[in-house]
Design a protein around this ligand. Sequence first.
Ligand code: TYM
Length: 339
Amino acid sequence: MRIVSGIQPTGNLHLGNYLGAIRNWVRMQDEFSAQGGQCLYFLADLHAISMPHVPTELGANTREMVAALVACGIDPERSILFNQTQVPAHAELQWLLSGTARMGWLNRMTQWKDKAGKNREGASVALFTYPVLQAADVLLYQATHVPVGEDQKQHLELARDIAQKFNNDFATEEAPVFTLPEPIIPPEAARIMSLRDGSAKMSKSDPSDMSRINLTDDADTLMSKVKKAKTDPEPLPAEAAGLSGRPEAANLVGIYAAMAGQSVAQVLAEFGGKGFGAFKPALGELLVESLAPINTRFLALREDRTALDTILRQGAERARAVAGPTLDRTYSALGLIRS
Ligand code: TYM
């Protein structure tokens, strides 16, 4: 088994990242590294330049994100933790796969459509070819499983399509070049929504910080964000079916369930019939209590720039070694000579 996943270092780690992806990264590391499986987790800093960015912030955010991931439980000994930039094979493989990826496939990507909006002519080429780099990220390591939130499912399907077409065009059935990766999406927290709008996902790019819970928020900030979260005037229903058509209520109950390790039915068995005046403080306290240890570790780790850079450098060295054979086989399958 080989588990691979990435995150863009474009801001704070938020609750959507944590419940949708990072918690699974840690679980898979704990479960599979003991059985000889390998986990590679990386900062997608090359993806981050597909949108306008401030260079000094990107560097600082990359280090902060390493501190946040380690604080969440990623162990740089058991997992390979690195940034794309220090493993040039990602960018190389992206180019090699660009001959296989089709314009029509990329044109159908919802993230491209959302982020480019009406101004496609003005969008960067990197934003358009972004999913090819993402395919390279996982195919490079022969990933078998990719823990992600729901919003990345389409990109993973594209990676499978690229792998399949490349294998068909340039390899044999007996000796395919690429493994087809499986997405691993947590059913209970596949899509955590904004605290201000139950129809938009919680996101780093939302201009309002009140829309998201950052793993680095202190207890007071966290409590006030939960208390100010948008809701409706009805009390909570006794059963899950009663949440339909109530996206904000469904989101908060879903967060409670995911955080407490309970089902939505269990949460509603406790809170059904109660109003948000009772539910919100309970949710706030649960979040403060669960996130406090992560917060404390993060604050201690973020100061040690040398240690963070060492983690990235050593991780990249290990990642380059894993990537080498696949990159060699790809060049060779395409008839490109490296003497
Ligand atoms: P990114 O940085 O936007 O998000 C990192 C991970 O967090 C998940 N996620 C969410 N899950 C549930 N609810 C939400 N509101 C929410 N917001 C984010 C994402 O699904 C993701 O798993 N393109 C990717 C990074 C990437 C990658 C890869 C991922 C680059 N190469 C290869 C997997 C494999 C991205 O921008 O994720």
